[in-house]
Design a binder for this molecule. Sequence first.
Ligand SMILES: Cc1cc2nc3c(=O)[nH]c(=O)nc-3n(C[C@H](O)[C@H](O)[C@H](O)COP(=O)(O)O)c2cc1C
Length: 96
Amino acid sequence: MENLGILYFSSTGNSLYIAKKIQEKLGGKILFIPEYDGNGGEFGKIIIVTPIYSYGMPLPVFDLLPRLNGSIEITVIQNYGGMVGGADYPRSASFT
Ligand SMILES: Cc1cc2nc3c(=O)[nH]c(=O)nc-3n(C[C@H](O)[C@H](O)[C@H](O)COP(=O)(O)O)c2cc1C
Protein backbone atom coordinates (compact mmCIF):
# COMPACT_ATOMS: atom_id res chain seq x y z
CA MET A 1 0.00 0.00 0.00
CA GLU A 2 1.42 3.34 -1.00
CA ASN A 3 2.40 5.89 1.60
CA LEU A 4 0.98 4.03 4.57
CA GLY A 5 1.72 5.11 8.13
CA ILE A 6 1.36 2.45 10.81
CA LEU A 7 1.15 4.29 14.11
CA TYR A 8 1.19 2.12 17.20
CA PHE A 9 1.18 2.25 20.96
CA SER A 10 2.28 -0.76 22.99
CA SER A 11 3.49 -1.59 26.48
CA THR A 12 3.85 -5.36 26.38
CA GLY A 13 4.51 -5.77 22.65
CA ASN A 14 1.24 -7.14 21.27
CA SER A 15 0.35 -4.03 19.28
CA LEU A 16 3.88 -3.75 17.92
CA TYR A 17 3.65 -7.39 16.82
CA ILE A 18 0.41 -6.61 14.99
CA ALA A 19 1.95 -3.48 13.44
CA LYS A 20 4.86 -5.54 12.10
CA LYS A 21 2.48 -8.16 10.65
CA ILE A 22 0.58 -5.38 8.88
CA GLN A 23 3.84 -3.97 7.53
CA GLU A 24 4.84 -7.41 6.21
CA LYS A 25 1.61 -7.54 4.20
CA LEU A 26 1.08 -3.91 3.22
CA GLY A 27 4.44 -2.18 3.58
CA GLY A 28 4.45 1.26 5.13
CA LYS A 29 6.32 3.00 7.91
CA ILE A 30 5.93 2.01 11.57
CA LEU A 31 6.01 4.83 14.12
CA PHE A 32 5.66 4.78 17.92
CA ILE A 33 2.85 7.20 18.80
CA PRO A 34 4.49 8.82 21.88
CA GLU A 35 7.43 9.78 19.65
CA TYR A 36 5.27 11.10 16.81
CA ASP A 37 4.23 14.75 16.91
CA GLY A 38 2.95 15.18 13.35
CA ASN A 39 -0.58 15.45 11.99
CA GLY A 40 -0.32 12.51 9.61
CA GLY A 41 -0.15 14.78 6.57
CA GLU A 42 2.83 12.90 5.14
CA PHE A 43 0.72 9.74 4.75
CA GLY A 44 -2.00 8.81 2.27
CA LYS A 45 -3.48 6.34 4.73
CA ILE A 46 -2.94 5.64 8.42
CA ILE A 47 -3.46 2.49 10.44
CA ILE A 48 -3.42 3.00 14.20
CA VAL A 49 -2.70 -0.11 16.26
CA THR A 50 -3.48 0.26 19.93
CA PRO A 51 -4.34 -1.81 22.99
CA ILE A 52 -7.34 -1.14 25.18
CA TYR A 53 -6.29 -0.14 28.68
CA SER A 54 -8.80 0.30 31.49
CA TYR A 55 -11.78 0.20 29.11
CA GLY A 56 -10.33 3.03 27.07
CA MET A 57 -7.53 4.22 24.87
CA PRO A 58 -4.04 4.81 26.17
CA LEU A 59 -3.59 8.56 26.63
CA PRO A 60 -1.00 9.03 23.85
CA VAL A 61 -3.47 7.50 21.35
CA PHE A 62 -6.35 9.54 22.71
CA ASP A 63 -4.27 12.70 22.28
CA LEU A 64 -3.19 11.78 18.76
CA LEU A 65 -6.62 11.30 17.17
CA PRO A 66 -7.88 14.91 17.14
CA ARG A 67 -4.46 16.05 15.94
CA LEU A 68 -4.61 14.04 12.73
CA ASN A 69 -5.53 15.63 9.43
CA GLY A 70 -9.20 14.83 8.91
CA SER A 71 -8.87 14.24 5.17
CA ILE A 72 -6.71 11.13 5.62
CA GLU A 73 -8.26 7.67 5.72
CA ILE A 74 -7.65 6.27 9.19
CA THR A 75 -8.19 2.72 10.36
CA VAL A 76 -7.99 1.96 14.08
CA ILE A 77 -7.12 -1.57 15.18
CA GLN A 78 -7.66 -2.22 18.88
CA ASN A 79 -6.47 -5.34 20.64
CA TYR A 80 -7.56 -6.21 24.13
CA GLY A 81 -8.25 -8.88 26.68
CA GLY A 82 -12.01 -9.17 26.27
CA MET A 83 -13.41 -6.06 27.97
CA VAL A 84 -13.95 -3.28 25.44
CA GLY A 85 -15.97 -0.89 27.58
CA GLY A 86 -16.37 2.36 25.63
CA ALA A 87 -12.96 2.15 24.00
CA ASP A 88 -14.34 1.64 20.50
CA TYR A 89 -15.96 5.10 20.46
CA PRO A 90 -13.73 6.38 17.58
CA ARG A 91 -15.79 4.17 15.29
CA SER A 92 -18.52 6.78 15.34
CA ALA A 93 -16.53 9.90 16.20
CA SER A 94 -15.65 12.51 13.61
CA PHE A 95 -12.14 13.92 13.51
CA THR A 96 -11.68 17.01 11.42
C1 LIG B 1 -2.75 -1.45 32.25
C2 LIG B 1 -3.57 -2.40 31.39
C3 LIG B 1 -4.93 -2.23 31.32
C4 LIG B 1 -5.70 -3.10 30.52
N1 LIG B 1 -7.06 -2.89 30.44
C5 LIG B 1 -7.80 -3.70 29.64
C6 LIG B 1 -9.22 -3.48 29.51
O1 LIG B 1 -9.82 -2.58 30.08
N2 LIG B 1 -9.91 -4.32 28.71
C7 LIG B 1 -9.32 -5.36 28.05
O2 LIG B 1 -10.02 -6.08 27.37
N3 LIG B 1 -7.98 -5.58 28.14
C8 LIG B 1 -7.22 -4.78 28.91
N4 LIG B 1 -5.85 -4.99 29.01
C9 LIG B 1 -5.24 -6.03 28.20
C10 LIG B 1 -4.55 -5.41 26.96
O3 LIG B 1 -5.49 -4.66 26.18
C11 LIG B 1 -3.98 -6.52 26.09
O4 LIG B 1 -3.11 -7.33 26.84
C12 LIG B 1 -3.23 -5.92 24.92
O5 LIG B 1 -2.93 -6.95 23.98
C13 LIG B 1 -1.93 -5.23 25.34
O6 LIG B 1 -1.35 -4.64 24.20
P1 LIG B 1 0.19 -4.20 24.17
O7 LIG B 1 1.02 -5.46 24.36
O8 LIG B 1 0.39 -3.63 22.80
O9 LIG B 1 0.43 -3.21 25.26
C14 LIG B 1 -5.09 -4.15 29.80
C15 LIG B 1 -3.69 -4.31 29.91
C16 LIG B 1 -2.94 -3.46 30.69
C17 LIG B 1 -1.44 -3.65 30.77
